[in-house]
Design a binder for this molecule. Structure first.
Ligand code: FAD
Ligand code: DHB
Length: 393
């Protein structure tokens, strides 16, 4: 089998890249080690930047998103029970759209079904090789048969634990990382959201957030210790924590049946390069952010938009931007890393292991920061510009 681009991973990054290539008449194969059902059941991101919506629109993939997605003009920041609306539309003329990653993936899968793409689910022993040569190879097993795909390029869209980054020799790549002293406990509940837009709250007990997936499903988060066990959190304890941390006079948080709960650690990680020979990394395969700024999925989409355009231009012979992909994607990514870290540090209390004096100082300076941000037009514009998404050059 021979193709132009062999894509490893059918998450949002891999599936979207396939669509961008198809729109340019470039053939591709996608190889994924999990099942379709598994990929659709993973509950992950929920907020799309304006920039991401624009990319999905450009390939005609935004119809469901426009029909069912919830356009939000801003967010609420809350500290000490005081809730302030940050109005992105007023501040920078841009918005965000609440539309779950699962829905994005479902739309992408349907689009691939419609064009009859070669997407191999439940593949095993997925192995890229020869990326330093003009003829890279992707081998894998599928349905008991061995497959060998010869391609011009291999794209690693295989997430943080994928195989593609690991084939880059250690002398050619390093990874910059920061671990945080906290984690997020996330729930999905069958109850209409108690708020029109997302609430990010700092409370002495820790961060809490109110998000949503639709007009009937709420998504809520609580900061917990990184080594905490979900078994320690009964539904009642979760709701008590949410009432306590999100509470503000005259407002009620509505409870409903919890349909999913899990704890996610928080980490920042960025590879020093997103390319090696004829291998390119996109999305979580190259970098991850803590969830606070809602940037993981959006960064995957911006990488794919840049790489898809550069591959298209390579085949048209109109530019050599492909050689520059890693530099350009990392330049945007480091700005996103800075924003995610800033939001995370502003909104999370120090771990219980932090000395009391230091924790008290940090908390008070966080309150100072939140008072500044919520009181300054310039600071709000800075937040709005980044939250709604930097431009994808
Ligand atoms: P992925 O979605 O990870 O897709 C990679 C795909 O590659 C997967 O389908 C995987 O099965 C496949 N794969 C892996 N290894 C191989 C292999 N060897 N061979 C073949 N296929 C392989 N972001 C936010 O913005 N907001 C959030 O609230 C949020 N919550 C999250 C919660 C969790 C639990 C996690 C893990 C992430 C969350 N993220 C969130 C991040 C966001 O979901 C990711 O940034 C996004 O999924 C990145 O897309 P991707 O396609 O690059 O990677
Ligand atoms: C969601 C997750 C985030 O990390 C965030 O900043 C906003 C929303 C969500 O899952 O809905």
């Amino acid at each position: 089998h021979r193709t132009s681009v062999a894509i490893v991973g059918a998450g949002p990054a891999g599936l979207l890249l396939g669509q961008l290539l198809h729109a340019r008449g470039i053939d591709f194969v996608i190889v994924e080690n999990r099942s379709r059902e598994y990929a659709l059941a993973r509950i992950r991101a929920g907020v799309l930047e304006q920039s991401s919506v624009d990319v999905l629109e450009s390939v005609g993939l935004a119809d469901n998103l426009h029909e069912r997605g919830l356009v939000h003009d801003g967010i609420y920041l809350q500290h000490e029970g005081v809730r302030t609306h940050i109005d992105f539309r007023d501040l920078v003329g841009r918005t965000v759209t609440v539309y779950g990653q699962q829905q994005v993936v479902r739309d992408l899968m349907a689009a691939h079904d419609a064009i009859g793409s070669s997407v191999y689910y439940e593949a095993s022993d997925v192995t890229p090789s020869g990326v330093e040569t003009p003829r890279p190879l992707l081998t894998f097993s599928h349905g008991g048969e061995s497959h060998e795909v010869e391609a011009d390029f291999i794209v690693g869209a295989d997430g943080f634990h994928g195989v593609c980054r690991t084939i880059i020799p250690a002398t050619e790549i390093s990874v910059f990382e920061r671990n945080y002293e906290c984690a997020w406990l996330g729930i999905l509940a069958d109850v209409a959201p108690s708020t029109d837009e997302l609430i990010y709250a700092l409370h002495p007990d820790g961060f809490a957030m109110h998000s949503m997936r639709s007009t009937t499903v709420s998504r809520l988060y609580l900061q917990v210790e990184p080594d905490d066990d979900i078994a320690n959190w009964s539904d009642e304890r979760i709701w008590d924590g949410l009432h306590e941390r999100l509470g503000t006079p005259g407002w009620t948080l509505n409870e409903g049946p919890i349909t999913e709960k899990s704890i996610t650690p928080m980490r920042s990680s960025v590879a020093s390069t997103l390319s090696y020979g004829r291998l390119f990394l996109v999305g979580d395969a190259g970098h991850i952010v803590p969830p606070t700024g809602a940037k993981g999925l959006n960064s995957a989409i911006s990488d794919v938009a840049m790489l898809g355009a550069a591959i298209g231009e390579h085949y048209d012979g109109t530019s050599t931007r492909l050689a520059d992909y890693s530099r350009r994607a990392l330049s945007r990514q480091w700005k996103t890393q800075y924003f995610s870290q800033w939001m995370t540090d502003m909104l999370h209390t120090p771990s219980i292991q932090t000395p009391k004096d230091l924790a008290a100082f940090r908390y008070r300076s966080q309150l100072g920061q939140l008072e500044f941000v919520t009181g300054s037009q310039h600071a709000q514009q800075t937040l709005a510009e980044q939250y709604t998404g930097l431009s994808i050059e």
